[in-house]
Design a protein around this ligand. Structure first.
Ligand code: 6PG
Length: 474
């Protein structure tokens, strides 16, 4: 029997489509699933697309792989992953590699990678973004793991990844959990992007009394300019959709409680540990949480607020477009800050320009905009914040009047825009020469003797607040 070049275990939609993508690119693909019937279905339905080597159990699956063996796990992240890893590790030999293509938490990946390295195996936590369509036709692929595993896996993954201007949307992100970390931040940015889009829709609908179909046209028009992106494109599709059963706009028959599998939440938890203010991502996660408390919302419904009436003219549409672009710059700047902080913390040496490059296609946040981020890091790899890049600084300055009008309008008519307003607050905070944090330091020293620094001399100080209020070096 000819041995397979690479294998996929876990043939739900993502796994099945990844196996098909590999086969379509000429690789002999070993395939396995806990229930064999799904493996048989894959070969029956798609066997004509390339070479599949089906196996009923993991032992046969591993035995059907060329050395060094390359097995991709496509099972739901969680305890199940550990079980499959252990079974594979038992069957594999030093030099073989296990790729985890699920949305695993990067700390789990770091733990697994270290444990398997002890056994001479390579563990490659890999972010795969683009959903089912991406898995089949070209995702953005973010592999971590050892340099050796990249030698063996990189060419295959770059073959099946999306490409933009002939450049694959796949690079070796960095060691151990770096790949899953970058995928996690991708998802955090995705949450923020989606929240800003939702706020744009809500504000224009309330302020102008626009219909979902009218707003679909607005987003479609925006997609022709600097907001050109997958999420803006599909927003127009979703807003245009009419519910077949009721004839109402689809968006009006959907329960307004946003769910989350957890990657956005993980991003914020990690940012809190790293000390990176990803305020846009945090507001997006909390906005989903707020929407998911119907009992509180029912209790709060009688609270008074301004009439949700039309106030803006058509100029509000352009103002919201500008505010959306400015807030998007802030959201991405925060996400890239987090990757830079993690790179320092974990010693990953992440190439931020490369991350922007592989997000230009295949992934959910794919957008023309990422070309500008790549250019910013090409011009200055040590850029302390994207907001300081001349192109983005100029765009933010050009948009800020509209941005402030949008936040003001939202406040005046009582439409919540935590994404827009937190992004503006971040912009105003980051550029300020003196922040009220000085008073916070004074208060901390007053009640907790937590000390402070002075602007005019080196050292750490404490004031004797309960005594004669003299200051002394701490
Ligand atoms: C992707 C998507 C994918 C998944 C989200 C859903 O990059 O292909 O982000 O990972 O659809 O994780 O996330 P939530 O359920 O948390 O919104």
């Amino acid at each position: 029997m000819d041995l397979a070049d690479i294998g996929v275990t876990g043939l739900a939609t993502m796994g099945r489509n990844l196996a098909r993508n590999l086969a379509r690119h000429g690789y002999a693909v070993a395939v396995h699933n806990r229930t064999y019937v799904r493996t048989q279905q894959l070969v029956k339905e798609f066997g004509g697309e390339g070479t599949f080597v089906p196996s009923e159990d993991l032992a046969a699956f591993v035995a059907s792989l060329k050395r060094p063996r390359r097995a991709v796990i496509m099972v739901k992240a969680g305890a199940g992953t550990d079980a499959v890893i252990e079974q594979l590790a038992e069957l594999m030999e030093p030099g073989d590699m296990i790729v985890d293509g699920g949305n695993a938490h990067f700390e789990d990946t770091r733990r697994r990678e270290a444990a398997l390295r002890e056994r001479g195996l390579h563990f490659v936590g890999t972010g795969i973004s683009g959903g089912e369509e991406g898995a089949l036709n070209g995702p953005s692929i973010m592999p971590g793991g050892s340099k050796e595993s990249w030698q063996a896996l990189g060419p295959i993954l770059q073959d099946i990844a999306a490409t933009v201007d002939g450049v694959p949307c796949c690079v070796h992100v960095g060691p151990d959990g770096a790949g899953h970390f970058v995928k996690m931040v991708h998802n955090g940015i995705e949450y923020s992007d989606m929240q800003l889009i939702a706020e744009s829709y809500d504000l224009l609908r309330q302020a102008l009394g626009a219909t979902p179909a009218e707003l679909a046209s607005v987003f479609r028009e925006w997609n022709q300019g600097e907001l050109d992106s997958y999420l803006i494109e599909i927003t127009a599709e979703v807003l245009d959709q009419v519910d077949a059963e009721t004839g109402k706009p689809f968006v009006d028959v959907v329960v307004d409680q946003a769910e989350q599998k957890g990657t956005g939440r993980w991003t914020v938890q990690s940012a809190l540990d790293l000390g990176v203010p990803v305020t846009g991502i945090a507001e997006a996660v909390f906005a989903r949480a707020l929407s998911g408390h119907p009992e509180q919302r029912a209790a709060a419904a009688p609270l008074r607020g301004p009439a949700l009436s039309g106030t803006g003219g058509r100029e509000l549409v352009e103002q919201v477009r500008q505010a959306l672009y400015a807030s998007k710059i802030v959201a991405y700047a925060q996400g890239f800050d987090q990757m830079a902080a993690a790179s320092r913390e974990y010693g990953w040496d992440l190439d931020l320009g490369a991350m922007a490059t592989i997000w230009r296609g295949g992934c959910i946040i794919r957008a023309k905009f990422l070309d500008r981020i790549r250019a910013a890091y090409d011009a200055n790899p040590a850029l302390p914040t994207l907001l300081a890049d001349p192109t983005f600084a100029g765009a933010l300055d050009a948009a800020q009047e509209a941005w402030r009008r949008v936040v003001t309008t939202a406040v005046e008519i009582g439409v919540p825009t935590p994404g827009f307003s937190s992004a503006l607050a971040y912009y105003d905070g980051l550029r300020r020469d003196r922040l009220p944090a000085a008073l916070v330091q004074g208060l901390r020293d007053f009640f907790g003797a937590h000390t402070y620094h002075r602007v005019d001399k080196e050292g750490v100080f404490h004031t004797d607040w309960s005594g004669d209020r003299t200051e002394r070096p701490a």
